[in-house]
Design a protein around this ligand. Structure first.
Ligand code: B1M
Length: 211
Protein backbone atom coordinates (compact mmCIF):
# COMPACT_ATOMS: atom_id res chain seq x y z
CA UNK A 1 0.00 0.00 0.00
CA UNK A 2 1.31 3.46 -0.89
CA UNK A 3 2.21 5.44 2.22
CA UNK A 4 1.24 9.01 1.36
CA UNK A 5 2.37 10.24 4.76
CA UNK A 6 5.90 8.96 4.09
CA UNK A 7 5.99 10.65 0.67
CA UNK A 8 4.81 13.88 2.27
CA UNK A 9 7.43 13.65 5.04
CA UNK A 10 10.29 12.89 2.62
CA UNK A 11 9.22 15.85 0.49
CA UNK A 12 9.18 18.14 3.52
CA UNK A 13 12.75 17.06 4.27
CA UNK A 14 13.73 17.67 0.65
CA UNK A 15 14.75 14.05 0.11
CA UNK A 16 14.24 14.00 -3.64
CA UNK A 17 15.66 10.51 -4.13
CA UNK A 18 13.33 9.00 -1.51
CA UNK A 19 10.39 10.91 -2.94
CA UNK A 20 11.04 9.66 -6.47
CA UNK A 21 11.53 6.07 -5.26
CA UNK A 22 8.27 6.13 -3.31
CA UNK A 23 6.38 7.76 -6.17
CA UNK A 24 7.74 5.11 -8.54
CA UNK A 25 6.69 2.37 -6.12
CA UNK A 26 3.19 3.84 -5.77
CA UNK A 27 2.86 4.04 -9.56
CA UNK A 28 3.97 0.40 -9.85
CA UNK A 29 1.28 -0.55 -7.30
CA UNK A 30 -1.31 1.07 -9.54
CA UNK A 31 -2.11 4.05 -7.30
CA UNK A 32 -3.65 6.87 -9.36
CA UNK A 33 -1.46 9.82 -10.32
CA UNK A 34 -4.04 12.23 -8.87
CA UNK A 35 -3.91 10.50 -5.48
CA UNK A 36 -0.10 10.49 -5.38
CA UNK A 37 -0.06 14.16 -6.34
CA UNK A 38 -2.74 15.35 -3.95
CA UNK A 39 -2.30 13.10 -0.90
CA UNK A 40 1.50 12.78 -1.06
CA UNK A 41 3.28 15.60 -2.88
CA UNK A 42 0.83 18.50 -2.51
CA UNK A 43 0.11 17.60 1.10
CA UNK A 44 3.86 17.81 1.89
CA UNK A 45 4.24 21.08 0.01
CA UNK A 46 1.27 22.60 1.86
CA UNK A 47 2.85 21.73 5.21
CA UNK A 48 6.15 23.29 4.10
CA UNK A 49 4.17 26.37 3.03
CA UNK A 50 2.63 26.72 6.49
CA UNK A 51 6.02 26.28 8.17
CA UNK A 52 7.56 28.84 5.82
CA UNK A 53 4.83 31.31 6.72
CA UNK A 54 5.47 30.74 10.43
CA UNK A 55 9.25 31.08 10.04
CA UNK A 56 9.75 27.46 11.09
CA UNK A 57 11.65 26.74 7.84
CA UNK A 58 13.52 29.10 5.53
CA UNK A 59 14.25 29.56 1.82
CA UNK A 60 16.93 26.81 1.53
CA UNK A 61 14.66 24.15 3.04
CA UNK A 62 11.77 25.29 0.87
CA UNK A 63 13.98 25.16 -2.22
CA UNK A 64 15.04 21.57 -1.67
CA UNK A 65 11.45 20.57 -0.91
CA UNK A 66 10.41 22.28 -4.15
CA UNK A 67 13.06 20.34 -6.05
CA UNK A 68 11.73 17.07 -4.58
CA UNK A 69 8.18 18.15 -5.49
CA UNK A 70 9.12 18.91 -9.10
CA UNK A 71 11.02 15.63 -9.49
CA UNK A 72 8.17 13.61 -7.99
CA UNK A 73 5.55 15.37 -10.08
CA UNK A 74 7.57 14.85 -13.27
CA UNK A 75 7.16 11.09 -12.81
CA UNK A 76 3.39 11.49 -12.92
CA UNK A 77 3.37 13.37 -16.20
CA UNK A 78 2.94 10.37 -18.50
CA UNK A 79 0.10 9.07 -16.35
CA UNK A 80 -1.76 12.34 -16.52
CA UNK A 81 -1.80 12.18 -20.29
CA UNK A 82 -5.13 10.78 -21.36
CA UNK A 83 -4.97 7.93 -23.84
CA UNK A 84 -5.50 8.76 -27.46
CA UNK A 85 -5.67 12.54 -27.09
CA UNK A 86 -4.64 14.49 -30.15
CA UNK A 87 -2.92 17.89 -30.06
CA UNK A 88 -5.80 20.34 -30.10
CA UNK A 89 -4.24 23.73 -29.53
CA UNK A 90 -1.27 25.73 -28.38
CA UNK A 91 -0.81 27.60 -25.11
CA UNK A 92 1.96 29.97 -24.07
CA UNK A 93 2.56 29.55 -20.33
CA UNK A 94 4.79 31.25 -17.78
CA UNK A 95 5.21 32.64 -14.30
CA UNK A 96 5.08 36.42 -14.46
CA UNK A 97 7.95 38.89 -14.18
CA UNK A 98 9.64 39.07 -10.78
CA UNK A 99 8.24 35.72 -9.69
CA UNK A 100 10.35 32.56 -9.44
CA UNK A 101 7.70 30.12 -8.20
CA UNK A 102 7.30 27.36 -10.75
CA UNK A 103 5.68 24.34 -9.11
CA UNK A 104 2.07 25.38 -9.78
CA UNK A 105 3.01 26.50 -13.29
CA UNK A 106 4.65 23.12 -13.93
CA UNK A 107 1.48 21.36 -12.79
CA UNK A 108 -0.58 23.52 -15.13
CA UNK A 109 1.74 22.50 -17.97
CA UNK A 110 1.49 18.81 -17.08
CA UNK A 111 -2.29 18.88 -16.88
CA UNK A 112 -2.60 20.81 -20.14
CA UNK A 113 -0.25 18.44 -21.93
CA UNK A 114 -2.27 15.62 -20.43
CA UNK A 115 -5.26 16.96 -22.30
CA UNK A 116 -3.36 17.04 -25.58
CA UNK A 117 -2.53 20.74 -25.63
CA UNK A 118 0.86 21.90 -26.87
CA UNK A 119 2.45 24.10 -24.23
CA UNK A 120 5.19 26.62 -24.89
CA UNK A 121 6.63 26.97 -21.39
CA UNK A 122 8.49 30.27 -20.97
CA UNK A 123 9.59 29.41 -17.43
CA UNK A 124 9.62 31.95 -14.62
CA UNK A 125 10.16 35.71 -14.43
CA UNK A 126 8.43 36.26 -17.76
CA UNK A 127 7.75 39.86 -18.79
CA UNK A 128 4.57 40.97 -20.57
CA UNK A 129 6.66 41.61 -23.69
CA UNK A 130 8.00 38.04 -23.63
CA UNK A 131 4.45 36.63 -23.38
CA UNK A 132 3.49 38.78 -26.35
CA UNK A 133 6.55 37.87 -28.44
CA UNK A 134 6.08 34.16 -27.76
CA UNK A 135 2.37 34.25 -28.63
CA UNK A 136 3.23 35.93 -31.94
CA UNK A 137 6.15 33.63 -32.68
CA UNK A 138 4.18 30.46 -31.99
CA UNK A 139 0.85 31.77 -33.23
CA UNK A 140 -0.72 30.82 -29.88
CA UNK A 141 -4.21 32.08 -29.13
CA UNK A 142 -4.10 31.21 -25.43
CA UNK A 143 -1.73 32.77 -22.91
CA UNK A 144 -1.61 31.39 -19.36
CA UNK A 145 0.04 33.35 -16.54
CA UNK A 146 0.86 32.10 -13.05
CA UNK A 147 1.79 34.27 -10.04
CA UNK A 148 2.39 33.37 -6.41
CA UNK A 149 3.18 36.76 -4.93
CA UNK A 150 0.77 39.60 -4.26
CA UNK A 151 3.47 41.90 -5.59
CA UNK A 152 3.96 40.07 -8.91
CA UNK A 153 0.33 39.27 -9.74
CA UNK A 154 0.07 42.94 -10.79
CA UNK A 155 2.23 42.03 -13.79
CA UNK A 156 -0.79 40.18 -15.19
CA UNK A 157 -2.44 43.54 -15.87
CA UNK A 158 0.62 44.44 -17.98
CA UNK A 159 0.20 41.24 -19.96
CA UNK A 160 -3.41 42.17 -20.77
CA UNK A 161 -2.27 45.67 -21.75
CA UNK A 162 0.57 44.40 -23.94
CA UNK A 163 -1.89 42.35 -26.00
CA UNK A 164 -4.28 45.32 -26.19
CA UNK A 165 -1.51 47.64 -27.37
CA UNK A 166 -0.41 45.10 -29.98
CA UNK A 167 -3.97 44.84 -31.32
CA UNK A 168 -4.08 41.13 -30.43
CA UNK A 169 -6.37 41.26 -27.42
CA UNK A 170 -9.56 40.13 -29.19
CA UNK A 171 -7.99 37.04 -30.67
CA UNK A 172 -6.11 36.00 -27.51
CA UNK A 173 -7.58 34.31 -24.45
CA UNK A 174 -5.65 35.30 -21.34
CA UNK A 175 -5.87 32.83 -18.46
CA UNK A 176 -4.55 33.61 -15.00
CA UNK A 177 -4.06 31.73 -11.75
CA UNK A 178 -1.90 31.18 -8.68
CA UNK A 179 -2.49 31.35 -4.94
CA UNK A 180 -3.15 35.12 -4.53
CA UNK A 181 -5.19 35.43 -7.75
CA UNK A 182 -8.99 35.56 -7.60
CA UNK A 183 -11.95 35.83 -9.96
CA UNK A 184 -12.41 39.44 -8.80
CA UNK A 185 -8.83 40.24 -9.73
CA UNK A 186 -9.31 38.58 -13.09
CA UNK A 187 -12.39 40.74 -13.74
CA UNK A 188 -10.63 43.88 -12.54
CA UNK A 189 -7.73 43.59 -15.00
CA UNK A 190 -9.86 42.38 -17.90
CA UNK A 191 -8.28 38.94 -18.22
CA UNK A 192 -10.51 36.20 -19.62
CA UNK A 193 -10.34 33.13 -17.40
CA UNK A 194 -9.38 32.56 -13.78
CA UNK A 195 -9.07 29.03 -12.45
CA UNK A 196 -8.10 28.01 -8.93
CA UNK A 197 -6.12 24.87 -9.73
CA UNK A 198 -4.06 23.26 -12.46
CA UNK A 199 -6.63 20.65 -13.45
CA UNK A 200 -9.34 23.29 -13.89
CA UNK A 201 -6.92 25.43 -15.91
CA UNK A 202 -6.35 22.51 -18.28
CA UNK A 203 -10.06 21.80 -18.61
CA UNK A 204 -10.77 25.47 -19.29
CA UNK A 205 -7.96 25.70 -21.88
CA UNK A 206 -9.22 22.62 -23.69
CA UNK A 207 -12.69 24.17 -23.68
CA UNK A 208 -11.35 27.13 -25.67
CA UNK A 209 -10.25 24.84 -28.50
CA UNK A 210 -12.93 22.14 -28.37
CA UNK A 211 -16.39 23.67 -28.38
CO1 B1M B 1 7.70 31.52 -1.81
N1 B1M B 1 6.19 32.50 -1.08
N2 B1M B 1 8.80 33.13 -1.74
N3 B1M B 1 9.14 30.38 -2.38
N4 B1M B 1 6.57 30.06 -1.46
C1 B1M B 1 4.92 31.79 -0.98
C2 B1M B 1 4.12 31.96 -2.26
C3 B1M B 1 4.26 32.49 0.28
C4 B1M B 1 2.73 32.42 0.27
C5 B1M B 1 4.86 31.88 1.56
C6 B1M B 1 4.30 32.52 2.82
O1 B1M B 1 4.78 33.50 3.26
N5 B1M B 1 3.28 31.94 3.38
C7 B1M B 1 4.83 33.95 0.16
C8 B1M B 1 4.00 34.92 -0.68
C9 B1M B 1 3.30 35.96 0.15
C10 B1M B 1 2.47 36.82 -0.70
O2 B1M B 1 2.89 37.45 -1.61
N6 B1M B 1 1.20 36.83 -0.37
C11 B1M B 1 6.19 33.68 -0.45
C12 B1M B 1 7.29 34.57 -0.39
C13 B1M B 1 7.09 35.80 0.46
C14 B1M B 1 8.51 34.32 -1.05
C15 B1M B 1 9.77 35.20 -1.06
C16 B1M B 1 9.52 36.70 -1.22
C17 B1M B 1 10.54 34.84 0.21
C18 B1M B 1 11.79 35.62 0.47
O3 B1M B 1 12.71 35.59 -0.31
N7 B1M B 1 11.80 36.30 1.58
C19 B1M B 1 10.55 34.62 -2.27
C20 B1M B 1 10.18 35.32 -3.59
C21 B1M B 1 11.03 34.86 -4.74
C22 B1M B 1 10.48 35.33 -6.06
O4 B1M B 1 9.63 34.69 -6.63
N8 B1M B 1 10.97 36.47 -6.55
C23 B1M B 1 10.05 33.21 -2.27
C24 B1M B 1 10.83 32.14 -2.72
C25 B1M B 1 10.40 30.83 -2.72
C26 B1M B 1 11.30 29.65 -3.09
C27 B1M B 1 12.27 29.99 -4.23
C28 B1M B 1 12.10 29.28 -1.87
C29 B1M B 1 10.26 28.54 -3.40
C30 B1M B 1 9.87 28.43 -4.88
C31 B1M B 1 10.59 27.28 -5.56
C32 B1M B 1 9.93 26.93 -6.86
O5 B1M B 1 8.80 27.25 -7.16
N9 B1M B 1 10.71 26.25 -7.64
C33 B1M B 1 9.04 29.05 -2.64
C34 B1M B 1 7.92 28.24 -2.31
C35 B1M B 1 8.02 26.78 -2.68
C36 B1M B 1 6.76 28.76 -1.68
C37 B1M B 1 5.56 28.00 -1.09
C38 B1M B 1 6.06 27.39 0.23
C39 B1M B 1 4.95 26.91 -1.91
C40 B1M B 1 4.48 27.35 -3.29
C41 B1M B 1 4.11 26.12 -4.07
O6 B1M B 1 4.86 25.69 -4.93
N10 B1M B 1 2.98 25.50 -3.71
C42 B1M B 1 4.51 29.17 -0.88
C43 B1M B 1 3.60 28.96 0.31
C44 B1M B 1 2.29 28.31 -0.08
O7 B1M B 1 1.86 28.34 -1.22
N11 B1M B 1 1.61 27.80 0.90
C45 B1M B 1 5.35 30.36 -0.97
C46 B1M B 1 2.51 24.26 -4.36
C47 B1M B 1 1.90 24.62 -5.73
C48 B1M B 1 1.36 23.38 -6.39
O8 B1M B 1 0.85 25.51 -5.49
O9 B1M B 1 1.85 27.32 -6.97
O10 B1M B 1 -0.19 27.78 -5.53
P1 B1M B 1 0.62 26.85 -6.35
O11 B1M B 1 -0.26 26.30 -7.57
C49 B1M B 1 -1.59 25.90 -7.35
C50 B1M B 1 -2.62 27.01 -7.63
O12 B1M B 1 -2.18 28.26 -7.18
C51 B1M B 1 -2.88 26.89 -9.08
O13 B1M B 1 -2.67 25.51 -9.39
C52 B1M B 1 -1.88 24.86 -8.40
C53 B1M B 1 -2.71 23.74 -7.80
O14 B1M B 1 -3.20 22.86 -8.75
N12 B1M B 1 -2.14 27.67 -10.05
C54 B1M B 1 -2.75 28.02 -11.22
C55 B1M B 1 -0.88 28.11 -10.10
N13 B1M B 1 -0.64 28.74 -11.23
C56 B1M B 1 -1.77 28.71 -11.95
C57 B1M B 1 -2.08 29.22 -13.23
C58 B1M B 1 -3.38 29.02 -13.72
C59 B1M B 1 -4.33 28.36 -12.96
C60 B1M B 1 -4.04 27.84 -11.72
O15 B1M B 1 -3.79 29.47 -14.92
C61 B1M B 1 -2.86 30.00 -15.82
Amino acid sequence: MADFEKISLALQKGKAKEVTEMVEAAIAEGVSAEEILNKGLMSGMNIIGEKFKNNEVYVPEVLIAARAMNQGAALLKELLIEDGVKATGKVVLGTVKGDLHDIGKNLVRMMMEGKGLEVVDLGTDVSAQKFLDAAKEHDAKVVACSALLTTTMKEMANVVKAFEDAGLRDETTIMIGGAPVTQNYCDSIGADIYTADAASAATAALGIFVK
